[in-house]
Write a protein that binds this ligand. Structure first.
Ligand code: NAP
Length: 339
């Protein structure tokens, strides 16, 4: 009889409290180029509940039942043929891909190329909190916007899981960092290194004028268009919540009709970008062990660190989602395994 494990699985689209349950399923076996980690901790990201709600079904449809979760840290407990950089017993962390979901489980099999050695100076909980937000930041600010030291960036929602990492990373790059949050979070967000905190319940962001080289739009909605008003001519809006950019539409739209719909959604954003001679990027994060290794080195140097808000036991997955979905998290929400 094959060995089993427990995993959080979605059985249908819907609210997480109805759609998710802790299932007992076969323990996966690593194939060539893959390794299996015994998961010690896993962190939640908004994309986890957006997938379960069905909000992303046009770009990433799920077939049920499906194991969920992108971010995990743990100990390598089996390796497939051809794995060279990792050995059984290594502490690692990983961001799964859309095809290898399943971090919220006792074991997870991932391609070696998605995995990196865990920074030596942080625990499994801290390591699990980093992968998706760190990769999103690097892929947005460096790979796409190609930001430079001395540029001024506005990072929306600096108190969230993504923003609390992005502030630190942008400071490490030598940028001048301004961020938005509510006044109750202002002090600790400033302590992350932000040069200025703009409290959305007290301050007038527009009064800052068109002063930013880059806006990291983590909020979407009206904030995406507003970002262009805050941008210097020739600047860049890097969005993880706005309408798809042309590359994303070309890549993820399944049909010509969906592609047209995506272009229609983005028309006002591109008009605003043209007026400002600005660049607009909206992307989905990709897994990368090499980029995680770069982050691990920064963590070991002390330039960036994990920001963990709350830790829930693995079995309390639904309570953890309830907390994250309320939208008030201050940093990351993490599930931890016992033992
Ligand atoms: N590549 C991708 O597509 C990608 C990757 C990562 C994240 N994302 C998206 O990015 C968004 C943020 O992710 P996250 O992990 O940071 O979420 P999160 O941790 O749930 O964000 C919660 C934080 O947002 C702040 N916030 C809420 N409304 C705000 C507002 N109007 N102005 C400023 N701050 C506000 C809250 O602060 P207060 O309590 O003070 O309001 C809270 O601290 C999500 O929509 C997520 O799906 C996309």
């Amino acid at each position: 009889m094959s060995e089993t494990m427990r995993a959080w699985q979605a059985t249908a689209y819907g609210p997480t409290k109805d759609a998710l349950s802790l299932a007992t399923i076969p323990r996966p076996v690593p194939g060539p180029g893959e390794l299996r980690l015994r998961v010690q901790a896993a962190s939640l990201n908004p994309i986890d509940y957006k997938l379960v709600h069905g909000a992303l079904r046009r770009v990433q449809p799920l077939s049920f039942p499906v194991s969920i979760g992108f971010d995990a840290s743990g100990i390598v407990d089996a390796v497939g043929a051809g794995v060279t950089a990792f050995r059984v017993g290594d502490p690692v962390f990983v961001r799964a891909s859309r095809d290898t979901l399943g971090a919220f489980a006792e074991y997870s099999v991932q391609p070696e190329r998605f995995v990196a050695h865990r920074p030596a100076n942080i625990d499994a909980i801290g390591a699990a909190s980093l992968p998706l937000v760190a990769l999103t930041t690097v892929q947005g600010l460096v790979d796409r916007a190609q930001v430079h030291a001395g540029e001024r960036i506005l990072i929306h929602a600096g108190s969230g899981g993504l923003g609390s990492f992005a502030i630190q990373y942008a400071k490490a790059l030598g940028m001048i960092v301004e961020t938005t949050t509510s006044s109750r979070n202002a002090e600790w967000v400033q302590a992350l290194g932000a040069d200025r905190v703009i409290c959305y319940d007290r301050d007038d962001l527009r009064a800052r004028g068109a002063i930013y080289d880059v806006v990291f739009d983590t909020l979407g909605g009206a904030h995406t268009l507003e970002a262009f008003e805050l941008l210097k001519s020739g600047g860049a809006v890097v969005s993880v919540a706005g309408p798809p950019d042309r590359e994303m539409a070309a890549r993820f739209a399944g049909s010509f009709v969906v592609k047209l719909a995506m272009r229609w959604m983005a028309r006002k954003v591109y008009a605003a970008a043209n007026r400002k001679q600005a660049r607009y990027f909206r992307y989905l994060t990709e897994s990368s062990g090499a980029q995680l290794a770069h982050i691990a080195a920064m963590v070991e140097l002390g330039t960036v660190h994990p920001v963990v808000d709350r830790v829930f036991d693995f079995e309390q997955g639904l309570a953890a989602f309830d907390y994250l979905e309320a939208g008030r998290a201050k940093g990351k929400v993490v599930l931890k395994m016992r033992g």
